[in-house]
Design a binder for this molecule. Structure first.
Ligand code: C5P
Length: 238
């Protein structure tokens, strides 16, 4: 089918230690079919110039730096991300309402602003880890509480596990975006992901965007793998 979506739902995670392998992969992809995620490792090594290179090649970028600091500092970082022209940026909801509202207000002045997305509870944290840092309740209870706080603070959505997507989707308003990693086509290796969903199931559970790394970046034919995922997404959206 190889449809070209107007709002590509796949965000390809660029997790590389250097620019060259990332740019080789990117040269095999198509900006009409996906967006790209740049995280802490690549940004710390390569900086904004690397993001600009991706944007010049026509790709929209999710800058995954998960800001968490005092409100003024996070708002200033979000403004820097907006000046860089990224499509999506994120912060930790546990930074609190005032941090999120200040960041959102700072972005309101931009004609075209990045989507502002919250991280709720890192999927690496279990109930005991949460108790140790003073969060009572299960990870899911904390995820739902922080997702509601993020929405109430004016954010555009949250990053969440596809297994949490349905519960958040039921409670959140229309248009609150759910960005889900932990996505694996039925035929792909799990790698180090434990709790995964297929692209179609994640979309049916309410995911807006799927963060997919190795099933595309480590594929023999990354473009074919991306197209197969997009076909599954189109089927689930139809
Ligand atoms: O290769 P893979 O598809 O597992 O990559 C998933 C991407 O999503 C990685 O960049 C990873 O850091 C990120 N991520 C994740 N699980 C989370 C949050 C982010 O896999 N809970």
């Amino acid at each position: 089918m190889n449809t070209k979506p107007s709002d590509p739902r796949v965000i390809v995670a660029l997790d590389y230690p250097a620019a060259e392998p990332a740019l080789e992969l990117v040269a095999r992809l198509d900006p009409a079919l996906c967006r790209l995620k740049v995280g802490k490792e690549m940004f710390t090594r390569l900086g904004p110039t690397f993001v600009e290179r991706l944007q010049l090649a026509g790709f929209q970028v999710f800058l995954d730096l998960k800001y968490h600091d005092i409100p003024n500092t996070v708002a200033a970082a979000c403004a820097a991300a907006a000046d860089l022209g990224v499509w999506m940026v994120n912060l930790h909801a546990s930074g609190g309402r005032r941090m999120m509202e200040t960041a959102r207000e700072r972005l309101a002045g931009y004609g075209e602003r990045p989507l502002l997305i919250a991280v709720t509870i890192l999927t690496s944290l279990g109930e005991e880890d949460l108790a140790e840092i003073g969060f009572s309740g299960t990870p899911e209870e904390n995820v739902l509480r922080l997702a509601a706080l993020a929405e109430d603070s004016g954010l555009d959505g949250v990053v969440c596990s596809p297994l949490e997507a349905a519960a958040i989707h039921r409670r959140a308003g229309q248009g609150f975006r759910l960005v889900t990693p932990g996505v694996r086509p039925a035929s792909a290796a799990l790698d180090d992901q434990k709790r995964v969903m297929t692209p179609g199931d994640a979309i049916r559970a309410g995911a807006s965007y799927l963060v997919v790394g190795r099933p595309i970046t480590a594929a023999e034919d990354p473009l074919a793998s991306l197209q197969a995922i997009n076909d599954e997404v189109s089927g689930a959206l139809a």
